[in-house]
Design a protein around this ligand. Structure first.
Ligand code: KE4
Length: 434
């Protein structure tokens, strides 16, 4: 039988670089043919051959309600009838801004944009403008979108700023970016001692979903907060992935439970707040946000920012996930997946560790949860790839890379979890002992 995914992939590769509009979709890390999605509903999507998959990517986070939620669909259809885009303000943008601020009390104001990259890039410019400083700290394994200044890899030791991870990024653009090791307190303290007074911001994924699922330890996060306060640098939480995904109050509410009075200075959001449509945001205290054009000197703009159809999708999504019981139910489903996979791996004597928060999870073919990128990359990649394809053949779709997190939606049922765990058990049995 002709594999229509392969046919489409070959056709796509003729007109789109790599046949995809975002690299991770090309299955380069795991090999094989990407599945071209024909349609999706609830916890599932169907590929070009009509095969059904239980979807644990959910568009890399946005589809927290599951695909095609009726209330969201209705809201988008109604908004579309009233107009796709105006380039003028609408009430719905105000409603969405108010709905976001109601759940993220660390922010007084928010600016809506169209992608996480745009939000992160704009937050970076605003933090530099607000502090009058240029240097920034980010962490190895954290991804903040593909703005030039943030496409930087760790150098050797502390002194080395600015090692671009991408061609086309001139060294002078990244000369102010210092990359540190996640969860490494001594290195963090040394960096601040050396550069603290020149630091505009420290940007961090509080739960790092771009190295699968690695939590910032509470002591580490506490030191980030203390040192930023001590030296006048802004603590910027990149919650594009964790925002409204790990908790209604995002990851910052999880840390506020462990660290009394904790809050970041600025927050970057995306994914869930758009419900699958192109929408992201960044926000913070009034005195910082007012420095944005047109009220201040930091320029930032966007033709489709606050798009009326995207804001309808986001608002309807936030309305559903704010309902009583939503997070208890979602967390229970995610936990049952993680527990089921862990038990199946143990039974097959496969080194395995997993963690989850709200609707986000990660697992590693490692005996213990890794605390930083270097440890994550000690995972057995060929073994992961076998697991990936074994699950894919059985209609279970996890991230096509061992450094990516997974996502559960409110539409995933106990039966879906049971089917996933059964598939994993079968594949674990084929992986053999290490
Ligand atoms: P976008 O520009 O892709 O909307 O957002 C960039 C971004 C920023 N910050 C964090 C924490 C993110 O996770 C992302 C995007 N995440 C990836 C998944 N690892 C999106 C998938 C892709 O690149 O295709």
């Amino acid at each position: 039988m002709t594999d229509l995914n392969q046919t489409l992939f070959e056709r796509a590769a003729k007109v789109i670089p790599g046949g995809v509009n975002s690299p991770v979709r090309a299955f380069r890390a795991v090999g094989g043919t990407p599945r071209f999605v024909q349609r999706a509903q609830g916890a599932y999507f169907w590929d070009a051959n009509g095969k059904r998959y239980i979807d644990y990517i959910g568009s890399w986070g946005p589809m927290i309600l599951g695909h095609g939620h009726p209330a969201v669909l209705e809201a988008v259809q109604k908004a579309a009838v009233d107009g796709f885009s105006f380039g003028a303000p609408t009430e719905r943008e105000v409603e969405l801004a108010e709905a976001i601020l109601a759940q993220v009390p660390s922010m007084d104001m928010v600016r809506l944009v169209s992608s996480g990259t745009e939000a992160g890039m704009s937050a970076l410019r605003l933090a530099r403008g607000a502090t009058g400083r240029s240097k920034i700290i980010k962490f190895e394994g954290c991804y903040h979108g593909h703005a030039d200044a943030l496409l930087v890899k760790a150098g050797s030791g502390l002194a080395t700023f600015g090692n671009p991870t991408s061609a086309g990024v001139p060294p002078e653009v990244v000369q102010h970016t210092l990359v540190l090791e996640y969860n490494n307190i001594p290195q963090l303290e040394e960096a601040f001692a050396l550069h603290g007074k020149e630091l505009a911001l420290l940007m961090i994924e509080p739960i790092a979903g771009n190295m699968n699922f690695v939590r910032a330890s509470v002591p580490f996060m506490k030191r980030c907060r203390e040192l930023c306060t001590q030296y006048g640098a802004l603590l910027v939480f990149d919650e594009v992935m964790t925002g409204f995904r790990v908790a209604l109050g995002s990851a910052q509410s999880v840390y506020a439970k462990e660290i009394p009075g904790f809050k970041p200075d600025m927050t970057v959001l995306g994914k869930v707040i758009g419900g699958g449509m192109p929408l992201a945001a960044f926000g913070g205290p009034r005195e910082i946000m007012q420095q944005l054009a047109p009220t201040g000197p930091v320029y930032q703009a966007g033709t489709l920012s606050g798009n009326p159809v995207a804001t309808a999708c986001g608002l309807a999504t936030l309305k559903e996930l704010s309902k009583p019981g939503f997070w208890d139910a979602l967390s229970k489903t995610t936990q049952s997946l993680v527990d089921g996979l862990s038990a199946a791996a143990k039974k097959a004597d496969i080194p395995f560790s997993a963690d989850c928060q709200g609707g986000m999870f990660g697992f590693f073919l490692l005996p213990e949860l890794p605390q930083n990128y270097a440890k994550v990359m000690t995972s057995d990649s060929p073994r992961f790839n076998k697991l990936f394809h074994g699950l894919l053949d059985r209609g279970v779709y996890i991230a096509p890379a061992l450094y990516e997190a997974g996502f559960v939606s409110a539409a995933h049922s106990e039966a879906d979890i049971a089917e996933t765990v059964q598939a994993a058990s079968e594949v674990f049995a084929t992986l053999g002992k290490t």
